[in-house]
Design a protein around this ligand. Structure first.
Ligand code: COA
Ligand code: AMP
Length: 644
C-alpha cells in the first residue's frame, strides 16, 4: 500500500513538473538556468522568432568550461577528483582533481590559441578514452571554439567526410587507440583522411601513446607533451571566453539516411541548462558523487554524461577505457563501482547482454561491495525486458531504460528518479521529460489513441539541449526533421504511448539500424557495396542479433558475366565496409543472391527480407513483382544458418 502511495505521489509530482514546463515554459527554464553561472544572465528563456524553430536563452552569455571546471575550483572543490581514469587496456589509472584539470585545460587552451584557434573555429578531436581527450573538449569550450569528436572505430574516409564538412582549423589526435585484441594506430588514418579531404587543417597536435608512437609530419604536426610542457614552463594559460548561449559548443556527426552523416549542432546555454537539470531530477545524483557512464566520448552519450553533465554538476566522472567483458572479465563494471564508490551507472543494453552472456547467474556481482550504488540507467537501444529483469535481480536496484538521440543531447523519455521513481514497466522508456511534447502520429500526421503504434513526433519547440540545426544546412535540418509533420520534429522512431503515458520505442522508421548501441546507416553501407565493380545492385538490412541487437547483412546481385567465385567477392565486400566505414559497422555478412525482391514499381522489399531473416511470420506483399524471389532470399539465409 505504501508503495502504491509512493508511486501515486511520484506520478503526480512528475505530472506537475512536466505540465509546468509547458504552462509557463519561460519561468520553468529560467529557474532551471539558475543552476549554471552566466556572465550575462538570460532575460528570457525562448525566442520563437529566431533560428529554424526558435532559440533558447537568446540574450544569455556564458562559458561552459567555466561552469564545468573553474567555478568548482572557486567554490572549494579544487581537491575533489574530477576524472577517475581507469584503463585495463593500457594498464593505467589516474586521479585528476578539479584544480589539476583546470590547469591542464587552461594550458591546452593556451596552446590552441597559439595555434590560431579562436571563438567559432572548429577543432576535430580524434582520440580514445584518455583524460587528454576531455581536456581537449573543455579547452575548445574555454575558447568558444567548436569541437567535433570523431569515434575511433571509424575509418579514414568517415574522418575525411567530417573534415570536409566541419573545416577544422586544428586537429587533436592520439597516436593510437587500444582495443583488447589489437592496437589501433590512429595516425595513419588521420594522415589518410587529411590527404583525402579537400580541407586541410593548419596544425595537428598528437598525443604520443607508448603502445604505438606515430611519425609526425614536419611543419604540420606538433608533439602534445612537448608543446604543452613548453606552454606550462612559459606560464601560458587561456581564460574562459564568454559566448552567446546560442553559440555552437560542438558538432557531432551521426548517421543520416544517406551516406553523408548529419552534423548535429549543440548550442551552449540550452545544453548546459538541460544537462544540469537532468543530473538531479532524472539521475538523482548530487554534486560530489561519482557518476560512471560506460560509453565513449565519440558518442552523444559520452559527450553528455562522461564529460559535460557530471562536470557541470560538480561530480566525479569515471573515464573507463575498457569493455564490459574481457577486460578482464564480466565483473569489470562491478569492480569499478566498488573501487570508486559509484552512485549511478549508465550503459547500453548491449553491454548488459554481454555481461549476462558471460556471467548468466551474476556470480561476479557478489564478489564486489556495491554499497552506495543506487541505480543503473540504460540507453542507446531499447532495453529488452529479459536483460532489465536480469539486472534488477542481480543488482537489487532500479534499472531504468531511457530513450534519446544524438539530436536531442539528453533523454526524451525516462524515469525521473530524482523527482520520485515511477513504477518501472519492462520494455518501456517511461515518460516524456520536461519540455518534450510527445505525440504518436499516423502517416497523415493525425494523433493516434493510446496503445496504438505510430511515429513518435515532438511538437515544436524542442526543449533546451536539443539541436537547433545541422551544421551548415538549415535546409537539410528542415527536410530531415520538420517537414514530415508540420509543427513537429519527426524522431523517425516508431512506438506507442500507453494509457499511463508510458512511451515504448519499437524501432526506426528509416534506414538506420542499431548495432551494439551504435547507430549506422544501411544506405551508407549500400553505397560502399554498390561501388564494387562486380556488384549490380544490393540491399543492406539489420537482422536480429542476440548480443548486438542487430547486425548488418548485405544482399548483393552480381553483374551478368561475372565469373569470379561469389565467396571471394563477399570477402572483398566485408573488407571494403571495414575499410571505408570502419570496424564499428561490424559488417560480417555479405550474401550473393540471384535477384532482390521488389515491388512492381521497383522498390526493394527490405521489411519483408528482415522478417524472413529474423524468423518472423511474413506475408507476401500484394505489390510484389515476383513472389518466388522471397523464397530464394529465405533459402540463401538458411544456407548461412539464419532465419527460420
Ligand atoms: N576504436 C577502434 N575500434 C573500435 C573501437 C574504437 N574505439 N570500438 C570498437 N571498435 C572495433 C572493435 O574492436 C570491433 O572490431 P573487430 O571487428 O576487429 O572485432 C568492432 O569495432 C566492433 O565493435 P563492437 O560492436 O563494439 O563489438 P565488440 O565485439 O568489440 O564489443 C560489446 C561488444 C557489446 C562489448 C560492445 O559493443 C559494447 O560495449 N557496446 C556498448 C556500446 C555503447 O556503449 N554505446 C554507446 C551508446 S550508450
Ligand atoms: P543515437 O543517435 O546514436 O543515440 O541513436 C538514437 C537511436 O537509438 C534512437 O532514434 C532509437 O532508435 C535508439 N534508441 C536509443 N535509446 C533507446 C531506448 N532507450 N529505447 C529504444 N530505442 C532507443
Amino acid at each position: 500500500m505504501a508503495t502504491d502511495n509512493n508511486a501515486t505521489s511520484a506520478m503526480s509530482r512528475y505530472a506537475s513538473v512536466h505540465a509546468a514546463s509547458f504552462a509557463d515554459a519561460e519561468r520553468f527554464w529560467l529557474v532551471a538556468a539558475e543552476a549554471i553561472d552566466w556572465e550575462v544572465a538570460p532575460s528570457r528563456a525562448f525566442d520563437r522568432d529566431a533560428g529554424t524553430y526558435g532559440r533558447w536563452f537568446p540574450d544569455g552569455r556564458l562559458n561552459i568550461c567555466h561552469n564545468a571546471v573553474d567555478r568548482h575550483v572557486a567554490a572549494g572543490r579544487g581537491e575533489q577528483v574530477a576524472i577517475l581514469y581507469d584503463s585495463p587496456v593500457a594498464g593505467e589509472k589516474r586521479r585528476i582533481s578539479y584544480a589539476a584539470m583546470r590547469d591542464a585545460v587552461a594550458t591546452l587552451a593556451g596552446v590552441l590559441a597559439d595555434l590560431g584557434v579562436e571563438r567559432g573555429d572548429r577543432v576535430v578531436i580524434y582520440m580514445p578514452m584518455v583524460p587528454e581527450a576531455l581536456f581537449a573538449m573543455l579547452a575548445c569550450a574555454r575558447l568558444g571554439a567548436v569541437h567535433s569528436v570523431v569515434f575511433g572505430g571509424f575509418a579514414a574516409n568517415e574522418l575525411a567526410v567530417r573534415f570536409s564538412d566541419a573545416t577544422p582549423k586544428v586537429v587533436l589526435a592520439a597516436s593510437c587507440g587500444i582495443e583488447p585484441s589489437r592496437i589501433v594506430p590512429y595516425k595513419p588514418l588521420l594522415d589518410a583522411a587529411i590527404a583525402a579531404s579537400a580541407h586541410k587543417p593548419d596544425a595537428c597536435l598528437i598525443l604520443q601513446r607508448p603502445q604505438r608512437e606515430a611519425e609526425l609530419v614536419p611543419g604540420r604536426d606538433h608533439d602534445w607533451a612537448e608543446t604543452v610542457s613548453a606552454a606550462r614552463a612559459a606560464g601560458r594559460k587561456a581564460d574562459c571566453v564568454a559566448v552567446s548561449a546560442t553559440d555552437p559548443l560542438y558538432i557531432l556527426y551521426t548517421s543520416g539516411t544517406t551516406g553523408k552523416p548529419k552534423g548535429v549542432v549543440r548550442d551552449t546555454g540550452g545544453y548546459g541548462v538541460a544537462l544540469a537539470w537532468s543530473m538531479g531530477n532524472l539521475y538523482d545524483v548530487k554534486p560530489g558523487e561519482v557518476y560512471f557512464c560506460a560509453s565513449d566520448i565519440g558518442w552523444v552519450v559520452g559527450h553528455s554524461y562522461i564529460v559535460y553533465a557530471p562536470l557541470l554538476h560538480g561530480c566525479t566522472t569515471v573515464l573507463y577505457e575498457g569493455k564490459p567483458v574481457g577486460t578482464p572479465d564480466a565483473g569489470a563494471f562491478w569492480r569499478l563501482i566498488q573501487e570508486y564508490r559509484v552512485a549511478c551507472l549508465f550503459t547500453a543494453p548491449t553491454a548488459l547482454r554481454a555481461v549476462k552472456k558471460e556471467d548468466p547467474r551474476a556470480e561476479l556481482v557478489g564478489s564486489y561491495d556495491l554499497t552506495g550504488f543506487r541505480s543503473l540507467f540504460l540507453a542507446g537501444e531499447r532495453a529488452d525486458p529479459d536483460s532489465v529483469a536480469w539486472a534488477e535481480r542481480a543488482l537489487n536496484r532500479p534499472v531504468i531504460d531511457h530513450w534519446w538521440q544524438t539530436e536531442t543531447g539528453w533523454a526524451i523519455a525516462g524515469n525521473p528518479v530524482g523527482i520520485g521513481q515511477l513504477p518501472v514497466k519492462h520494455g518501456s522508456a517511461c515518460v516524456p521529460m520536461p519540455g518534450y511534447d510527445l505525440h504518436v502520429l499516423d502517416e497523415a500526421g493525425k494523433p493516434l489513441p493510446a496503445d496504438t503504434m505510430g511515429t513518435i513526433a515532438l511538437k515544436l519547440p524542442l526543449p533546451p539541449g536539443c539541436l537547433p540545426t545541422l551544421w551548415g544546412s538549415d535546409e537539410r535540418f528542415r527536410q530531415s526533421y520538420l517537414t514530415t509533420f508540420p509543427g513537429y520534429y519527426d524522431t523517425s522512431d516508431a512506438g506507442i504511448v500507453d494509457a499511463d503515458g508510458y512511451v515504448t520505442v519499437l524501432g526506426r522508421t528509416d534506414d538506420i539500424i542499431n548495432v551494439a548501441g551504435h547507430r549506422l546507416s544501411t544506405g551508407g553501407m549500400e553505397a560502399v557495396l554498390a561501388s564494387h565493380p562486380d556488384v549490380a545492385e544490393c540491399a543492406v538490412i539489420g537482422i536480429r542479433d542476440a548480443l548486438k541487437g542487430e547486425q548488418p547483412c548485405g544482399f548483393v546481385v552480381l553483374k551478368s558475366g561475372v565469373t569470379r567465385e561469389p565467396s571471394e567477392i563477399e570477402r572483398e565486400l566485408v573488407a571494403s565496409i571495414r575499410d571505408r566505414i570502419g570496424p564499428v559497422a561490424a559488417f560480417k555478412l555479405a550474401l550473393t543472391v540471384a535477384r532482390l525482391p521488389k515491388t512492381r514499381s521497383g522498390k526493394i522489399l527490405r521489411g519483408t527480407m528482415k522478417k524472413i531473416a529474423d524468423g518472423e511470420t511474413w506475408t507476401t506483399p500484394p505489390t510484389i513483382d515476383d513472389a518466388a524471389v522471397l523464397e530464394e532470399i529465405g533459402e540463401s539465409l538458411k544456407g548461412r544458418g539464419i532465419g527460420g
